[in-house]
Design a binder for this molecule. Structure first.
Ligand code: SF4
Length: 901
C-alpha cells in the first residue's frame, strides 16, 4: 500500500503526514516531505500519532441514556430519530433560540459547514459556537476591525524573508514546534534574523531568543501603544503607506501618545526596564521586515481584541504588511480553527466570511442554501451559551468533538448546566469523557485517520485529511450525522450530501458567490468544480483561490487594498485595560493556564502515547521559588490551587522561569486522568466584550500545601478499577509502555498495608509471586506482583515523597520478556543494581532519552553542546522540541550535585 498523505490533527501549523502500513499491520507516521507547511518535519506529537490509533476507550455504537441513568446501545435510526424529534419539539415549543450546537476546531471543514448550515439556515438560530472561541476569536475580531475581513496576511514562507520575529504571548517552541524550528533554521542560515519573545514566563521559546521581555500579564496594549507612540515621535511612520492605504492613524496615535507616550511610564506599567523596552522599540523601528506572531497570551484576555489591534496598528503605521517577511501573524491553536472561520462556525458570523448582521449577506446566503429561515442576529458565544443552558434558556445542545466540561472557564458551572439540560447530544470518538457523562444521546464519530475532509492551517492553507484506517464499529463522520438529522427534520432537499466531497464543493461555490457585489478575502471558487477524484488528490493550497487553475495566494494585501468599505486598513485607537480581576490579599497570585509540549487538549488522543506521557507525566503548578516559600508549598509536593471559582490539587514545580506572583497550570488533565486537576474549573469566566474570548491567563489565585499522610505509585499492566482509585485521596494516571502508572497520595494510613496493597492491585491470585516489604514505623510499603518471569504490577508507598524510587527503571521492566535475577533483587528497592540502567525522567520524547543519561554524557563523556549530545544520544535531532531543555542541562550539569546523577 502506498503511503496515504493526510494532515496532523493537532495544532494550527497543519503539518502534512504520511501514513504507511508496516509489516506488522501497524502504521508508521512520518512527515510529508512535499507538504509546504512542514517539508517532512513533525514535532513529537505528530511523530507519535501511530501510538494513538488503538481503539481503547472508543465509542463504537450510538448509546441512549435510559430512565434509570444507565445507557443502552441503539441503532443509528433510533438515535438520530431521538435527536431530530428532540430538537424539533424544543424549537416548536420554545423557538429556535432554545437550541444550540457547540462544535470544535478539530472538525474537518465539511463537518463544520454542514453543522453551521443546519443551525443558521434551518434551525434559524445563531446559536452555534465553537471551542475556537476559546482560542482565536479575539484575533478574528481584531482582523475584522483592521482589515474588514478575518484575514491572516502572512504565510510561513515569510519566516524565510523576515529579519525580526516578535513572538507575543506564544510558547511557540512547545505549542507550534514545527514553525518554531523553521524560525530557528532561518536564523541559523541568517544569524542577523533576531527573535524577541514577549511573555511573562521564561518559556522554552525564550531559550533561543535574542531578547526576552517578561511583561507583566495583561499589559500588551501598554507595550504596543508605547511602540506606536515612539515610532511616531521618532518620525518612523511610513507616511506614503499610511496616507494611501489606511485610516484612523491620527486617532490611534493620539490615544497611544496619551497612554504610551512616555517610555518610562510604559516600562513601569509593563514591569520592564526602560533599557529592554527601548532595545525592542529600536529593533522594531530599524527592521523593515518584521513578523509579529501572536497566540493565546494575546487572545485569551478580557482585552484580547484591543491587544490584537495594538499589534496590527504598529504594522500599519510602518507599512509592514503585504510584503515578503512582514506582517502580524495570528497563529491558531487548533488544526482547523481557520476552516471553522471560513464556514462561519462562530456564533458571530454567517458563512463564507459573510456577516449575520448584514441583511444583504443574509439574503444571499439564504437564497444560496434555499433555507426557510435564517438567523438574523448573532448567537450566544461559548461562555454565554453555557450560561443560557444553565438558566434553561437553551434546552437542547449538540456538542461535537469537544469537551467543554474540561475546557471552558468556570467549568463546574458548565458541568452543572449539562446535568440539568433537557437534551444533551454528544458526538465524539471517545465513550468516557468528562462531557459524554452528561449525554442523553451519544453518537460515535469517525476519528482522524478514518474520515475524509479538509482543514485549513494558520497560513490559510487547505489540506486534505484522508482516511487510511477502516471506520470501527458503526462510527460515522459528523457531516453524515448532521445530514441525517436534517433530513429527519424535513430538510432533505438542502442536505443531499453523500460524501465529504459534495459538501466541500458547495462550500467552495458559496465562497465565490457574489464576490463582485461583496468582495471578501475568502474565495475558493476555483475549487468549486473539483471532481471526486480531484478532491481526493487535492494538493495543499492557500486561499484565496478565485479561479480554476489558480495556484493559491501566499500573502494578502500586496496591493494595499483591504476589505473595508473604503478599501483602507483601519488603525484602531485602543486604551490599555487592566485584567478584569486584580489579585488581592485573599488571592494574591495570578493563575495562567496553557499547554505543555507533549500533550494536546484533554489528552483523549495524546494521552494514549507512552512517549508523550513521559515528558511531564503529572498535573502541576509552576511557581516561583520565592512564592513557593511564601505559600508554604514545596517543590515535588502537592498543593491546592484555588480561585473564587474552584480548586484543584496538583504537584508543585518550583521554577524561576515564572515571574513572581504568577503561577502556571496546564490545561490537559481532567477527571479521566486525575482525581482533581481540571484547571478550567478555576478560571474566571470573564470574557473580552467584543470577541467573547475568556481570560484564561489571569485569574487571581492562592496556593496552599495539600497535606497527605503518604505518597505512592503503582505501575500495573492492567488499569486499576475506579473503586481502587476512590480509596485514595489523590491520584493521577499516566499511560506507560505496556503498563499504567498511577501517582497516588492519601490521608489516613491504611491499617493493614498488605491488605491495602493487594486490594489496590485487584487481589492477585494467591499462587502469584508476591514480593513485599513494609516498615510500619516509617510508613513505608513496597510490593511487587510477578507472574512467571514477568512483572505484573508493583506498588510503592512512603510517608515522604522523596523516599520513593524513581519510576524510569521500574517502568522499563514492563517491556522485558522476562526478569533477570538482578532485576528481582532491585525490584523492592526500586533501583537497579547497576545505576547506569537508570535513565531518569524523559527529556527527548522522540528517542526516549532520559535526563540521567544526558547528564552522564555531559559529565563523563565530554558532550559539551547540543550537537554533541545529538551525535552521541540522538536527543534533539528529530523535532527539536527538547533542545531548550538540553541547553539548560548543559548549562547546569557542572553545578549539579553528583547525587542527582
Ligand atoms: Fe502536528 Fe502541530 Fe506538531 Fe505539526 S507542529 S506535527 S501540526 S502538532
Amino acid at each position: 500500500m502506498n503511503p496515504v498523505k493526510t494532515t496532523c490533527p493537532y495544532c494550527g501549523v497543519g503539518c502534512g503526514v504520511r501514513a504507511s502500513r508496516a509489516a506488522d499491520g501497524s502504521f508508521d507516521i512520518a512527515g510529508d516531505p512535499d507538504h509546504p507547511a512542514n517539508f517532512g518535519k513533525l514535532c513529537v506529537k505528530g511523530a507519535a500519532l501511530g501510538e494513538t490509533l488503538g481503539l481503547e476507550g472508543r465509542l463504537l455504537h450510538p448509546l441512549i441514556r435510559e430512565a434509570g441513568g444507565g445507557r443502552r446501545e441503539a441503532s443509528w435510526d433510533q438515535a438520530l430519530n431521538l435527536v431530530a424529534k428532540g430538537f424539533q419539539r424544543i424549537i416548536e415549543q420554545h423557538g429556535p433560540e432554545a437550541v444550540a450546537l457547540y462544535v470544535s476546531g478539530q472538525l474537518p471543514t465539511e463537518d463544520y459547514y454542514v453543522a453551521n448550515k443546519l443551525a443558521k439556515g434551518f434551525f434559524g438560530t445563531g446559536n452555534i459556537d465553537t471551542n475556537s472561541r476559546l482560542c482565536m476569536s479575539s484575533a478574528v475580531a481584531g482582523h475584522k476591525r483592521a482589515f474588514g475581513n478575518d484575514s491572516v496576511p502572512v504565510c510561513y514562507e515569510d519566516f524565510d524573508h523576515t529579519d525580526l520575529v516578535v513572538l507575543v504571548g506564544s510558547n511557540t517552541a512547545w505549542c507550534h514546534p514545527v514553525v518554531f524550528q523553521r524560525i530557528l533554521a532561518a536564523k541559523q542560515l541568517r544569524p542577523e534574523l533576531k527573535v524577541v519573545v514577549i511573555d511573562p514566563r521564561r518559556t522554552a521559546t525564550c531559550e533561543q531568543a535574542d531578547l526576552h521581555l517578561p511583561v507583566r500579564g495583561g499589559t500588551d496594549v501598554w507595550l504596543f501603544n508605547g511602540l506606536l507612540a515612539w515610532l511616531h515621535q521618532h518620525g518612523l511612520v511610513d507616511t506614503a503607506f499610511v496616507e494611501a492605504h489606511t485610516e484612523g492613524a491620527r486617532e490611534a496615535i493620539a490615544v497611544a501618545e496619551q497612554t504610551g507616550g512616555s517610555v518610562a511610564h510604559v516600562a513601569r506599567a509593563c514591569g520592564l526596564s526602560e533599557e529592554k523596552l527601548l532595545e525592542f522599540y529600536r529593533l522594531f523601528a530599524c527592521t523593515p521586515r518584521v513578523i509579529t506572531l501572536f497566540s493565546q497570551g494575546v487572545n485569551q484576555s478580557s482585552a484580547g481584541v484591543d491587544k490584537v489591534n495594538s499589534i496590527i496598528n504598529c504594522h500599519l503605521l510602518t507599512g509592514r504588511i503585504g510584503k515578503p517577511g512582514a506582517g502580524p501573524f495570528s497563529i491558531t491553536g487548533q488544526p482547523n480553527a481557520m476552516g471553522g472561520r471560513e464556514v462561519g462556525g462562530l456564533a458571530t458570523s454567517l458563512a463564507a466570511h459573510l456577516e449575520l448582521t448584514e441583511p444583504r449577506h443574509r439574503e444571499l446566503v439564504q437564497t444560496f442554501w434555499g433555507s426557510p429561515r435564517i438567523a438574523d442576529r448573532p448567537g450566544l458565544k461559548a461562555v454565554d451559551l453555557f450560561q443560557a443552558v444553565c438558566e434553561g434558556r437553551v434546552k437542547a445542545i449538540w456538542i461535537m468533538a469537544t469537551n467543554p466540561v474540561v475546557s471552558l472557564p468556570d467549568a463546574d458551572t458548565v458541568r452543572g448546566s449539562l446535568s440539568r439540560c433537557e437534551l444533551v447530544v454528544v458526538s465524539d470518538v471517545m465513550e468516557q469523557t468528562d462531557t459524554t457523562r452528561y449525554a442523553h444521546v451519544l453518537l460515535p464519530a469517525a476519528a482522524w485517520g478514518e474520515r475524509e475532509g479538509t482543514g485549513t492551517n494558520s497560513e490559510r492553507r487547505i489540506s486534505r485529511q484522508r482516511a487510511f484506517l477502516p471506520v470501527p464499529g458503526s462510527a460515522k463522520p459528523d457531516w453524515w450525522m448532521v445530514t441525517q438529522v436534517a433530513r429527519r427534520m424535513g430538510f432533505a432537499k438542502a442536505f443531499p450530501y453523500e460524501s465529504a466531497h459534495e459538501v466541500f464543493v458547495e462550500h467552495a461555490r458559496l465562497s465565490g458567490s457574489s464576490q463582485d457585489e461583496l468582495p471578501r478575502d475568502f474565495n475558493i471558487a476555483g475549487l468549486a468544480e473539483l471532481t471526486p477524484e480531484q478532491y481526493d488528490a487535492l494538493a495543499p493550497i492557500q486561499w484565496p483561490v478565485p479561479q480554476v487553475g489558480h495556484g493559491g495566494t501566499a500573502r494578502l494585501f500586496t496591493d494595499g487594498r483591504f476589505y473595508t468599505a473604503s478599501a483602507r486598513a483601519r488603525l484602531v485607537p485602543v486604551l490599555p485595560h487592566a485584567p478584569a480581576n486584580a489579585p488581592d490579599d485573599d488571592y494574591p497570585l495570578v493563575l495562567n493556564t496553557g499547554r505543555i509540549r507533549d500533550q494536546w487538549h484533554t489528552m483523549t488522543r495524546t494521552g494514549k502515547s507512552p512517549r508523550l506521557a513521559s515528558h511531564l507525566p503529572e498535573p502541576f503548578v509552576e511557581i516561583h521559588p520565592h512564592d513557593a516559600m511564601l505559600s508554604g508549598v514545596q517543590d515535588g509536593r502537592l498543593a491546592r490551587v484555588s480561585t473564587r471559582w474552584g480548586a484543584c490539587v496538583v504537584r508543585v514545580r518550583a521554577s524561576a522561569d515564572v515571574l513572581q506572583r504568577q503561577i502556571f497550570v496546564p490545561i490537559h488533565w481532567n477527571d479521566q486522568t486525575a482525581s482533581d486537576a481540571r484547571v478550567g474549573a478555576l478560571v474566571d469566566p470573564v470574557v473580552d466584550p467584543i470577541s467573547g474570548q475568556p481570560e484564561f491567563k489571569h485569574t487571581p489565585a492562592q496556593l496552599e500545601p495539600f497535606d497527605v499522610d503518604w505518597h505512592g505509585f503503582v505501575l500495573a499492566r492492567a488499569a486499576l478499577p475506579q473503586s481502587a482509585l476512590d480509596s485514595v485521596t489523590w491520584w493521577s494516571r499516566i499511560q506507560g509502555s505496556r503498563f499504567f502508572r498511577y501517582e497516588l497520595a492519601g490521608r489516613g494510613k491504611p491499617q493493614d498495608w498488605h491488605a491495602w496493597g493487594r486490594a489496590l492491585l485487584g487481589n492477585p491470585h494467591e499462587d502469584a509471586d508476591w514480593l513485599e516489604a513494609s516498615d510500619a514505623a516509617e510508613g513505608a510499603y513496597r510490593a511487587a506482583h510477578v507472574v512467571g518471569e514477568r512483572i505484573e504490577a508493583c506498588v510503592f508507598a512512603s510517608k515522604c515523597v522523596e523516599d520513593l524510587p524513581a519510576r524510569a527503571w521500574l517502568s522499563g521492566l514492563f517491556v522485558r520478556a522476562q526478569l533477570e535475577e538482578a532485576d528481582r533483587v532491585g525490584l523492592l528497592v526500586g533501583t537497579p543494581l547497576d545505576p547506569a540502567q537508570d535513565t531518569g525522567p524523559t527529556v527527548c520524547s522522540c528517542f526516549g532519552v532520559g535526563r540521567k543519561v544526558i547528564l552522564r554524557a555531559i559529565r563523563e563523556q565530554g558532550a559539551d553542546s547540543v550537537d554533541a549530545l545529538g551525535t552521541r544520544l540522538k536527543c534533539g535531532t528529530n523535532c527539536g522540541s527538547c533542545i531548550p531543555e538540553l541547553r539548560a542541562l548543559l548549562a547546569t550539569a557542572p553545578h549539579l550535585e553528583q547525587a542527582v546523577v
